[in-house]
Design a binder for this molecule. Structure first.
Ligand code: DAH
Length: 371
């Protein structure tokens, strides 16, 4: 701060003008150098403090010192400087408060004309979306949702579901076992559940009939990955047990669910099959949604149904009476049906996805299409 108010010897108009110019230029420079509130306070005090501020000094050093004939001239200039200095002090404060300055504050400045930061809403994952849609269909039929652990015991995953001790599914080929379980009895050994069917058993252990549940969840199999296989995938299990449930109820329920998911023109067909925990068992096929069940599309055999007009979608059956034995239900009094379906498979068909891996790679370009 090099500027000090000079004592004037020459009170001519030209000398006064030059002294005023010097003062104003010092005022502007010092104002520009202010970059914080503390700077500004010092700047304000230096210029307008009643005691010894520059404006006050002007009174003493210029006005009082002026000889009589020059007083009026000096007085006019000093009076004009007052509002000018005060205005500079106010403007400097306004500037630093709005952040407009060179240096640090400029970087912190908020430009309210910039567009806001967009936070994309995100989309439900297609697998979860499909799962929720399917759950919704069954909720509307009065089903509730049950979940179970992904790490299961051999008992829930196999034994209570009537898998005989040497059933091939228990082989390490398909099942991922937790290591170091050999010292335990077979039924207590831990594994990654290979299906959601163990939740049927857990549900029946804790609820008495009537039971109507769907059990969504993640399952694991020792499968090599390709376009249609993944070692992790999702299933939805269904179970209805009551006093007089028949295969007709099963057919009607699944036919309704498939129409709700794929459109009312879809037909279903039940094909004999085998599962240890259901008897009789069936695979459910739906009429091909790509060729409307015709087997031909655009004059060529439909690739999606291998020209058969049908697509296999899920397994089902009447709960095997042996299963009731594991959960203390009386097989002479109750009957029921169960079904299980792969969620990815349904999503693949519904959304025309050609590779199951896309569901697990987390590529935003794929996922955002489901928003
Ligand atoms: N758990 C079977 C699987 O993973 C699917 C299944 C078939 C479930 C028939 C059922 C059923 O409840 O009744 O292949």
């Amino acid at each position: 701060m090099s500027y000090t108010v000079p004592k004037l010897a020459d009170f001519s108009a030209a000398a006064l003008d030059s002294a005023v110019r010097e003062l104003v230029s010092a005022l502007e420079q010092e104002s520009a150098a202010v970059s914080s509130e503390n700077d500004w306070k010092a700047f304000r005090d230096r210029w307008i403090a009643r005691k010894n501020g520059i404006l006050t000094q002007l009174n003493d050093l210029w006005l009082k010192a002026a000889p009589g004939p020059n007083k009026r001239d000096v007085g006019q200039r000093v009076n004009a400087l007052k509002p000018r200095v005060e205005q500079a002090v106010d403007a400097t404060l306004a500037r630093i408060q709005s952040g407009v300055s060179s240096g640090k504050l400029a970087a912190e400045r908020v430009d309210i004309t910039l567009p806001g930061i967009r936070r994309p809403l995100g989309a439900e994952h297609p697998v979860i979306k499909t799962m929720n849609e399917m759950i919704g269909v069954f909720r509307n039929l009065g089903y509730s949702v049950e979940e179970g652990p992904e790490i299961e015991t051999d008992f829930y995953n196999f034994e209570a579901l009537n898998f005989p001790p040497n059933h091939p599914a228990r082989d390490t080929q398909d099942t991922l076992f937790i290591a170091g379980q050999e010292s335990k009895p077979l039924r207590d050994r831990l594994l990654l559940r290979t299906h959601t069917s163990p939740v049927q058993i857990r549900t029946m252990q804790k609820m008495k009939p009537p039971v109507r549940v769907v059990c969504p969840g993640k399952v694991h199999r020792n499968d090599a990955l390709d376009a249609t296989h993944s070692p992790i995938f999702h299933q939805i299990e269904g179970l209805a047990v009551d006093t007089s449930i028949t295969f007709c109820d099963l057919k009607g329920t699944l036919d309704h669910a498939m129409k709700a998911m794929f459109g009312s023109s879809v037909k279903t067909r039940f094909y004999p099959s085998f599962f240890p925990f259901t008897e009789p068992s069936a695979d459910v096929q739906i009429s091909c949604i790509f060729c409307d069940g015709k087997g031909m599309r655009d004059g060529a055999p439909c690739r999606n149904c291998k020209a058969s007009g049908w697509i296999e979608l899920l397994g089902c059956g009447m709960v095997d009476p042996n299963v009731y034995g594991f959960v203390d239900y009386d097989p002479t009094k109750v009957s029921g049906f169960a079904f299980g379906m792969g969620v990815e498979r349904i999503a693949i068909l519904k959304y025309g996805v050609d590779d199951i891996q896309l569901f697990f790679q987390g590529d935003v370009r794929f996922l955002e299409q489901f928003g």
